[in-house]
Design a protein around this ligand. Structure first.
Ligand code: UDP
Ligand code: MN
Length: 265
């Protein structure tokens, strides 16, 4: 019979007490929002193919960008904390460890290394989850047998399946703008079945890497815009300055991630 460790009772009460005794570690950030810790991870060793490591780095940069813009802290784990739970199961002991070691954090948010933020303006509607302990993406009819969690989110793309999205980014840039988070401008694009760091996935590796490059540049444009640049195209790592450079950079910063700001194509 496997356990993740001793069972912990009355955690909410103990945590509340800890928070009142440690005002230097507030559970809200400077803007008054619940403190969030984004957690991701990758294997302790190198990828089978150097391109896999390159895309791991891009995926980590993408997460750092999103977290910096939204005041979220980030952990990247590269060790297996539990000998019996390795690979993708390693997130379970990790998440437990982080929850217990960071009582100041309201939400620990796991994100796969093969998932990219593609809406840099969208924020998770946390108020919807008050009173919930676990939020997952999913469809209620597929999860009907479940027991105790479930805010099951399907209103926006907390997990957007890449295959239907990566060819539509140009169309999205024509018609829509960041901040929507759904099929019009997906919050997250997840490369399920790709395994860019391993040897074999369910899709051809070239198709996966092309898709990842496009998702990365689509997101990176939303970041570069803050600094007055954009990629020449979604398949091009090179950048060029955007037309309307301004002498009022602080006004520009305010507007850049606003909902009504369209990304020039
Ligand atoms: N992962 C990890 N350590 C490992 C292997 C995987 O932290 O040794 C993480 C990584 O972020 C990955 C996630 O677990 O995206 C899911 O694992 P996997 O790649 O096997 O499944 P998939 O992402 O294809 O669903
Ligand atoms: Mn994944």
């Amino acid at each position: 019979n496997y356990t993740l460790g001793p069972s912990i009772t009355r955690w909410n009460a103990k945590r509340r007490q800890w928070l009142s005794q440690n005002p230097g570690f507030p559970s809200r950030d400077a803007r008054g929002n619940p403190r969030i810790l984004l957690v991701t991870g990758s294997s302790p060793g190198p990828c089978d193919n150097p391109a896999g490591d390159h895309y791991l780095l891009k995926s980590t940069k993408n997460k750092i960008d999103y977290c910096r813009l939204h005041g979220i802290e980030i952990v990247h784990n590269m060790v297996h904390l539990d000998r019996e739970l390795s690979g993708y199961w390693s997130k379970l002991p990790l998440l437990r460890r982080l929850m217990l070691s960071h009582p100041e954090v309201e939400w620990v948010w796991w994100m796969d290394s093969d998932a990219l933020f593609t809406d840099m303006g969208f924020e998770i509607p946390l108020s919807r989850y008050e009173g919930s302990n676990l939020v997952i993406h999913g469809y209620p009819e597929l999860l009907n047998k479940q027991r105790s969690w479930v805010y099951v989110e399907n209103q926006y793309y907390l997990h957007g399946f890449w295959a239907g999205l990566v060819d539509k980014y140009e169309e999205m840039m024509e018609k829509h703008h960041p901040g929507l988070g759904d099929e019009r401008w997906p919050f997250i694009t997840h490369f399920v079945g790709c395994k860019p760091c391993g040897s074999y996935g369910d899709y051809p590796v070239e198709q996966c890497l092309t898709g990842m490059e496009r998702a990365f540049n689509f997101a990176d444009n939303q970041v570069l815009r803050l600094y007055g640049f954009r990629h020449r195209s979604l398949t091009n790592p090179k950048v060029k300055p955007v037309a309307n450079r301004t002498a009022s950079p602080l006004l520009n910063k305010e507007a850049s991630l606003k909902m009504d700001a369209k990304i020039e194509t």
